[in-house]
Design a protein around this ligand. Structure first.
Ligand code: HEM
Length: 419
């Protein structure tokens, strides 16, 4: 009670990814937000947490994705900073941050490469490459960090194959795109981070140039397939300029490397915690699709994405004002009890609406089919060869590298051969 006898208004929960325990387990905080404060302002952003609201805003064509170029533009203008200008050009031309007709043009040019039909030829290649990695793991024996040794190694190797990278190229592109990806974090990038990103862009482009010298002949699934297809779009008479195909290649990596590593790591953890599911998957490899789908719902590798309101948005409880930056909480939407029964349980056969781990609408993940193929090959081959068991009962260090990405930093496991 206030001194004058009025009831004290209860303090509503607010989104705060820095509060103790949030990184380890954000889901209780998300449940409280969905229940008591589903759309609210926090840390200078508007935060949206319910499945129905997140989905609706992703489908709303009037929202803009131009927040990162806008921030970089302001920075470049304020500091007269030419370095920021170079990264700005990259951001402004990127499919992820363009709206309207420009986005439609870029998306139309590359979509055919990412369809199930175009990618199905890769299934066998991916299984073979995963098989080579698993043979190495089993030969190693003992305790391994499944994140570094497998979850990261698989997309490194598979995307490396699509871009004809050698081992040095794989390492350069992994480090370089990891640095560029930091520009996508919800906080504004520092001057030093921008300088580092520019240097990394050059390193990554140099690795692709070396890849071009190693292109294979097999157009469907051979080494360098993706690089060759993208380059083809930039040749004279093609729908893109050569510089745009370069940026597209970088974007494929920035958007698709660590996210897929997260998906595979999270799937390995779920399988280790559900040995019955391992046995079912071993008997029936077709089960991999459902295992990967439920992993994407249960532990969305990309937890947040952003939009800008170009006009006021009327929500059931409140109106989001024009100009607001909006955080769409995919990880919360996927655990919404209004959408899924027992949302916190990993249930491979569950019903409910499609998860939002790949987003939806005009900017829905371009690489969704590719990421699923990679993850399905990874878990099928690994579980086909070995029983996964967590080693030790230490707490996992979640989301250490980013507020956006949800995956354990390390995941010690033992692998036991199955006959
Ligand atoms: C498990 C792995 C992945 C996850 C969880 C994921 C998640 C997402 C999400 C949520 C979006 C929508 C963002 C938004 O609307 O603001 C997105 C967009 C995108 N993703 Fe992925 N992604 C994954 C893998 C990949 C891969 C492998 C590629 C590369 C081929 C890729 C390329 C892209 C691109 C280019 C976009 C932007 C599409 C556009 O703006 O039109 N992603 N991704």
């Amino acid at each position: 009670m206030e001194p004058d006898g009025r009831a004290v208004a209860p303090r509503l929960p607010r989104f705060n990814p820095f509060q103790p325990g949030f990184r380890a387990n954000p889901y209780p905080a998300y449940t409280a937000l969905r229940t008591h404060n589903p759309v609210h302002q926090s840390l200078g952003r508007w935060v949206v947490t319910r499945h129905t609201d997140v989905r609706r805003l992703m489908m709303d064509r009037t929202l803009s994705v131009g927040h990162v170029p806008a921030t970089l533009r302001a920075l470049a203008e304020r500091n007269g900073d030419l370095t920021a200008g170079r990264v700005l050009e990259f951001a402004e031309k990127s499919i992820v941050f363009t709206d309207g007709a420009e986005h439609r043009r870029l998306r139309k040019a590359v979509s055919p490469f990412f369809s199930p039909a175009a990618l199905s030829a890769l299934r066998k290649t991916f299984a073979d490459l995963c098989g080579e990695i698993v043979v190495g793991l089993l030969a190693h024996g003992g305790e391994i960090d499944i994140v570094e040794a497998f979850a990261q190694a698989v997309p490194d190797r598979l995307l490396g194959h699509l871009f004809a990278l050698d081992d040095k190229g794989v390492g350069d592109v992994r480090r370089g795109t990891g640095i560029i990806r930091k520009l996508l974090e919800p906080r504004a990038a520092s001057g030093a981070e921008i300088e580092e990103a520019v240097a990394s862009l050059d390193t990554v482009l140099a690795a692709f140039a070396r890849g071009r010298q190693r292109l294979g002949d097999d157009r469907n699934a051979g080494p360098g397939m993706m690089l060759r297809l993208l380059d083809g779009l930039g040749q004279s008479g093609g729908p893109l300029q050569a510089a745009e195909t370069e940026l597209m290649a970088v974007m494929v990596y920035v958007a698709g490397l660590e996210t897929t590593a997260g998906l595979i790591a999270n799937a390995c953890l779920a399988l280790a915690e559900h040995p019955g599911e391992q046995r079912v998957l071993r008997r029936d490899p077709a089960r991999a699709e459902a295992v990967v789908r439920e992993t994407l719902r249960h532990e969305a590798p990309l937890q947040l994405t952003m939009r800008t309101a170009v006009a006021p948005i009327v929500m059931p409880e409140v109106t989001i004002p024009e100009g607001a930056t909006i955080l769409l909480c995919l990880g919360s939407a996927n655990r919404d009890e209004e959408a899924y029964e027992e949302p916190n349980r990993f249930l491979v056969d569950r019903a409910g609406p499609p998860h939002l781990a790949f987003g939806t609408g005009l900017h829905a993940c371009l690489g969704a089919v590719l990421a699923q193929l990679e993850a399905e090959a990874a878990v099928t081959v690994l579980v086909g060869a070995a029983e996964l068991e967590r080693a030790g009962d230490g707490e996992l260090d979640w989301s250490a590298r980013s507020t956006l990405l949800r995956m354990p930093e390390r995941l010690p496991m033992t692998l036991r051969h199955v006959s």
